[in-house]
Design a protein around this ligand. Structure first.
Ligand code: AMP
Ligand code: FES
Ligand code: ZN
Ligand code: ZN
Length: 352
């Protein structure tokens, strides 16, 4: 976080809106902001994003997918703050992938954050659900870790959303996660792929829509928000993460250097993309059928999760997983009201 502080001159400059020392300079808005006004600025921008793209409607139940990293922890904090004003309900889900110490720490952090915020949390432990952790499934299916991981998370989070009766799944992707992939997909002319990188998708039968309320927030803004709010986050990154050398990373650096010279260009790019999203979506293959085993919409006969588990574990696990998640959700909902009462009575929000 030293970069943000160095940028405003070691606290010698004041906030543009009050007398407190500034913690950052928001160049595209020409504002220096203190901790409190920066947090308000981010929350207001998220509210505007939700309204601009009609991501969340009044009365909805929103399932926030929380990994323990700064992005989704900040998202959960922001949504739980703005949910009263916009009148929606927040529930959190965390997938424990069983990646050794990394997953233990991530789960601990998410449980702590949800306890502090008084948000209902559903934890889904992959090993309990399918009898194998992510590293075991990767070895047995002989597929790349990140693709197995992404596929498993999507399936489990969607199943939790279906069982909870959620209207939307909120993900912690921000502008700097999405825009580099837009450019990469443009280079390879994967236009359908660009169609998946917008601020949200609609729900359809069996698939709950995914929303990205941090669509117009940058990575450094998310990181600073988590820092000034003092949110518990897992600092280490997943051991499967490969750093350096990817096209996305190069594009990310390029977009950030453009932003230096033309503040606001990334937001302008994100907004322009959102306007043309229907065109890109029309290039996507429709999910015409339903999985033979679990009924999930799919473009093949069997969904990706049932195919993966059939290959790695000898049995399509979709139906069994759905049944277990239903049980967990029912148990969680019954046990929750008491836990929340106790928590709320003694808790305070981080950063206050
Ligand atoms: P990633 O696919 O790791 O870039 O993560 C994208 C988003 O998926 C995060 O911002 C979270 O909202 C969600 N997510 C990632 N990992 C988990 C997890 N273990 N449990 C719940 N949600 C997750
Ligand atoms: Fe998914 Fe690391 S968290 S591969
Ligand atoms: Zn201020
Ligand atoms: Zn299936």
């Amino acid at each position: 976080m030293t970069n943000h502080l160095a940028e405003v001159g070691r606290g010698s400059l004041r906030c543009s809106l009050c007398e407190e020392p500034a913690v950052t300079l928001v160049r595209y808005a020409k504002l220096r902001l203190c901790r409190k006004h920066f947090a308000e600025f981010v929350r207001r921008r998220v509210i505007k994003t939700i309204e601009r793209y009609r991501l969340i409607k009044s009365g909805w139940k929103v399932l926030v997918a929380v990994s323990g990293g700064k992005d989704s922890s900040a998202l959960l904090h922001i949504l739980s703050e703005v949910s009263r004003q916009l009148n929606f309900e927040v529930v959190a889900v965390h997938i424990d992938l069983g990646i050794g110490e990394y997953s233990r720490k991530a789960r601990e952090v998410v449980e702590k954050l949800c306890g502090i915020l008084g948000v209902q949390l559903v934890v889904l432990d992959l090993k309990d659900l399918i009898g194998a952790s992510l590293p075991e499934l990767v070895t047995r299916s002989r597929r790349p870790a990140c693709s197995v991981c992404g596929l498993v998370k999507r399936y489990l989070i969607n199943s939790a959303a279906l069982e909870l009766g959620a209207n939307a799944i909120a993900l912690g992707h921000h502008m700097d996660d999405l825009l580099p992939y837009v450019v990469k997909n443009f280079i390879t002319q994967d236009l359908g792929g660009i169609g998946k990188l917008g601020p949200g998708t609609e729900s359809e039968e069996g698939l709950i829509g995914r929303v990205r309320p941090l669509y117009e927030i940058s990575e450094r803004e998310v990181a600073l928000y988590a820092y000034v709010q003092g949110l518990p986050v897992v600092e280490s990154s997943c051991p499967y993460t490969v750093r350096g050398g990817s096209i996305e990373e190069e594009v990310r650096r390029f977009l950030n250097s453009l932003e230096e010279g033309s503040p606001g260009i990334k937001i302008a790019f994100a907004r322009a993309l959102a306007k043309n999203l229907d065109f890109y979506k029309s290039r996507l293959l429709g999910q015409v059928g339903r999985c033979r085993y679990c009924g999930t919409p799919t473009s093949a006969e069997v969904c990706a999760f049932c195919r993966l588990t059939e290959r790695g574990l000898g049995k399509p696990m979709g139906p069994a997983v759905r049944a277990k998640i239903r049980e967990i959700v029912e148990r969680g909902v019954k046990g929750f009201s008491k836990a929340v009462k106790n928590d709320r009575a003694s808790s305070h929000k981080p950063g206050e």
